[in-house]
Design a protein around this ligand. Structure first.
Ligand code: FAD
Length: 155
């Protein structure tokens, strides 16, 4: 039974300040906490970025379970490999421009796995547009709402 857990998510504070993390553990390899330090990114005269600890910003969060909610890692490789799906140069599922069909007949992709890491509103938009394309592919036309909720017949 876990007594306490820490969910590590996007920890960017503001543009040039990030959180740097170190895990702490016991002799048996169990996690006991996470130590965080604020780091400040600065650009030198040559344009090179370097990271500097913000003095006194260290904090330790005690826990015995850490859940990493990082995401932003692209579609799961297992399904890509099992189905030999084509990827675009950014590592997302490849579809033709403004379309949702993959290289496999009747297999469509929408949302983060197609677009790359984005926002919920884009995932909803892509899901709706994908549904419109599926409808058109099955029926020969679609009267489902297009972008902006405008109903156009897609052939
Ligand atoms: C840490 C974090 C913070 C974020 N904060 C925000 C925010 O504040 N505002 C915002 O708008 N967006 C935010 N986002 C982005 C947002 O969560 C995504 O853009 C959105 O959820 C994408 O929706 P999706 O349906 O494409 O994918 P997902 O929500 O990832 O859904 C994909 C689903 O497919 C399932 N799945 C995967 N593989 C399989 C398989 N083989 N079989 C069956 N199911 C499978 C997964 O379990 C998952 O449920 C955040 C993302 C992350 C990671």
């Amino acid at each position: 039974m876990h007594k306490s857990f820490l969910m590590v998510s996007s920890m960017k504070i503001k543009t040039s300040v990030n959180v740097f993390m170190n895990f702490e553990g016991d002799a048996n390899g169990n996690v006991t906490g996470v130590k965080t330090t604020l780091v400040h990114w600065t650009k030198d005269d040559t344009g090179r970025w370097s990271m500097k600890d913000v003095e006194g910003s260290e904090k330790t969060y005690k826990c015995d379970l850490v859940l990493l909610a990082m995401g932003f890692l692209g579609p799961e490789r297992s399904i890509v490999e099992e189905l030999s799906l084509d990827l675009d140069p950014r590592g997302n599922l490849q579809t033709p421009r403004s379309k949702y069909n993959t290289g496999i007949p009747n297999l469509y992709a929408a949302g983060d796995c197609r677009r790359g890491q984005s926002l919920v509103v884009w995932a909803i938009h892509e899901g709706r547009q994908c549904a419109q394309q599926v409808d058109a592919d099955l029926m020969g036309f679609s009267s489902l709402a297009g972008p902006g909720g405008i109903v156009t017949t897609l052939m």
